[in-house]
Design a protein around this ligand. Structure first.
Ligand code: COA
Length: 187
C-alpha cells in the first residue's frame, strides 16, 4: 500500500470515476455527492488536495484536506481540516484509514497549520471518536461556527481538534471553551 498527496484536483474526477464510482455505500457517499465542477469551485475556496491510498495502481482510500483561517484570542490562526476520510469496504479494518489520517495530519503540519479540525461523532464512546482521539484529537468544547452553502450561519457541536504546530492555541481552545469561527464553506 502506498499513500500520496495529490494537489492537482483536476486529476481527481478521473481518479474517482475509475476507482470509487462503483462503491455505493456510506463510505463514499460524501464524495459521490460532489461532482467534478464542485470540486473545482470548492478547491478555489479552501480544499487544497487529497490524500489517496493505493493498492498497486488502484485507489482504495481517500481524505480531503482543507486550509482556512480563524481568530483565536485576537490572533489570526491557520486552520487545517480533514474531511471525507473513507476506505473501500473490502480494504477496511486493515489499518489503512489510520494511515490516511496520520499522513493527512503530517501534510497539514507541513503547511504549518496552527490547529487541525474535523467533525465526527461527538460521543466519546463511539468508535469514530475513539479512532480520532488516538491521533490527538479532542472534542471541541465550544461550537464551531461557519457559513453554509445556504449562505446562513450554522453552529455545530460535533467538532474535534488536534494541535497543528501550535500547542498553545489547541490548549487555549480546550480550556476556554470558546467557539471556533471558521470561514465560509463546508468543513
Ligand atoms: C472510518 C474509516 C475510514 C476507517 O478505515 P479503516 O481502514 O477501517 O480504519 P483502520 O483499519 O485504521 O481502523 C482504525 C480503528 O477503527 C476501528 N474500526 C474501523 N471500522 C470500524 C467499524 N465499522 N466499527 C467499529 N470499529 C471500527 C478499527 O477496529 C480500528 O480500531 P483499533 O485501532 O482499536 O484496532 C472506514 O471505516 C470508512 O471508510 N468508513 C465510512 C466513512 C466514514 O465513516 N468516514 C469517517 C468520517 S468521520
Amino acid at each position: 500500500m502506498t499513500i500520496k498527496f495529490i494537489k492537482d484536483f483536476t486529476e481527481f474526477p478521473l481518479l474517482f470515476k475509475q476507482n470509487f464510482e462503483d462503491v455505493s455505500n456510506e463510505a463514499f457517499s460524501f464524495h459521490l455527492a460532489i461532482n467534478a465542477k464542485d470540486y473545482g469551485r470548492r478547491s478555489r475556496d479552501f480544499c487544497f488536495g487529497f490524500v489517496i491510498a493505493y493498492d498497486g495502481d488502484k485507489a482504495i482510500g481517500i481524505s480531503e484536506l482543507y486550509y482556512g483561517s480563524s481568530c483565536v484570542n485576537n490572533k489570526i490562526i491557520a486552520v487545517g481540516g480533514m474531511s471525507g476520510v473513507a476506505v473501500k469496504p473490502e480494504f477496511q479494518k486493515q489499518g489503512i484509514g489510520s494511515q490516511i489520517i496520520e499522513y493527512s495530519m503530517k501534510i497539514l503540519r507541513d503547511y504549518e497549520v496552527d490547529l487541525i479540525f474535523i467533525y465526527t461523532d461527538p460521543d466519546v464512546n463511539s468508535w469514530r471518536n475513539r479512532l480520532y482521539s488516538k491521533f490527538g484529537f479532542k472534542n471541541l468544547p465550544g461550537k464551531y461556527i461557519f457559513m453554509g452553502k445556504d449562505g446562513l450561519k450554522h453552529a455545530e457541536n460535533d467538532g474535534m481538534i488536534a494541535s497543528g504546530v501550535n500547542d498553545r492555541i489547541f490548549n487555549s481552545l480546550l480550556d476556554s471553551k470558546q467557539d471556533l469561527h471558521l470561514n465560509a464553506g463546508r468543513w
